[in-house]
Design a protein. Sequence first.
Length: 266
Amino acid sequence: MTSHDDTADTNTRIERLRRHLRSLYFGSNPGAIRFQIGMALLDIAIIGFFIASPHIGRGNVFLFIDYSIALLIAFELAARALIAPNLRYWLGRGMTWVDVVILATLLFPTLLSSFAFLRFLRVWALGQSKLLKLLLLRAGYGRVEDVVQACVNLLTFLFLVTGFVYTTFYGREPKIGNFIDALYFTVATVTTTGFGDVTLPGTLGKITSIVTMIFGISLFVRLAQAVVRPYKVVHPCPQCALQRHDTDAVHCKACGHILNIPDEGS
């Protein structure tokens, strides 16, 4: 009987913790907003450390920061697992596996140094999170969500390629002497400027350049489209499921169904 009571008490505590975490991650009260802003600032600080890490010596201070970030990401993974509807949903999310990969590179910085560039996926994870969307909406910048998303995708790609180039070609190509050299090559290649003063050797270098140009220019075009495209609201049509409509739309342009788009009024 005592064992049964202890189990029930544990389940009650877990459920209470789950509700509390959900209110913090998805709530709109002042405490939840402060928590969400704090999480966003923490993500930005972590990304800043990843960018600066190639220039920081691998001493005790570096390892302390490295393992501290690993601990934070581990706690966040556990929190997301707790608030997820089920384990399958949690395992099926892209952000979960992004954080697992990042956590592995943080826990084994020497062994997995060749994969350290994958840490920049944290930029993408931040852009994909509901937290960013919620903060934009609450700050009154919901209309620039697509632009922000396109910028995040482009930045993620730039830093991923830069990290890969630095990790792979540092020491093999004299002109890739630091992280800035790798970033310079990446930007010059993505923009198809092609000064030619920094090139990557061998077949792998050519393949890297080709992939960078193809995907990079595509992301630039996507950003340009997001900037110049008229703002539309996301409101699925009940009849044909068309997602995007003009802010003042009364009927769906695809099927003519009457829409009831929420409006705060003028």
